[in-house]
Write a protein that binds this ligand. Structure first.
Ligand code: 5GP
Length: 115
């Protein structure tokens, strides 16, 4: 079980975020510090999973829903192409230990990975 994080507070509405997609299981909102023209975070509402490895092992359908939402966002906010990044572990750049997908789209030509 992940500890409470800034994302728990966003889910609870205690920290404001522009919610772009909300389903029973996931929400999506723009990253505070965008690394591309389109940079949206897609997160499950459950706090059970710190990282994508745990999520994939325990609930692949929820991971698939996150990927589907990423595709929908990339189609709505860019041309449908996108990069999907799950930083997994502190030394890989993860700072929030509540699993989340970075959806990057738009002006990606000159961009490297989110870190
Ligand atoms: P990580 O580094 O864990 O892969 O990604 C965490 C992301 O959360 C970062 O890109 C950071 O900019 C974003 N972030 C941190 N705090 C907030 C916040 O309060 N609101 C939003 N919208 N994004 C946040």
């Amino acid at each position: 079980m992940a500890a409470d994080t800034v994302f728990t507070k966003i889910i609870a509405g205690e920290i404001p975020a522009k919610i772009l997609v909300e389903t029973e299981n996931v929400i999506a909102f723009p990253d505070l510090n965008p690394q591309a023209k389109v940079h949206i975070l897609v997160i499950p509402k459950t706090t059970e999973y710190d990282n994508v490895t745990q999520l994939a092992a325990a609930d692949p359908a929820l991971l698939a829903e996150i990927v589907g939402v990423a595709q929908k966002l990339a189609s709505e906010h860019a041309n449908g192409d996108y990069r999907l990044i799950f930083n997994s572990g502190a030394s890989a750049g993860q700072t929030v230990f509540h699993v989340h997908a970075h959806v990057l789209a738009g002006d990606l030509e000159e961009r490297s990975l989110v870190g």
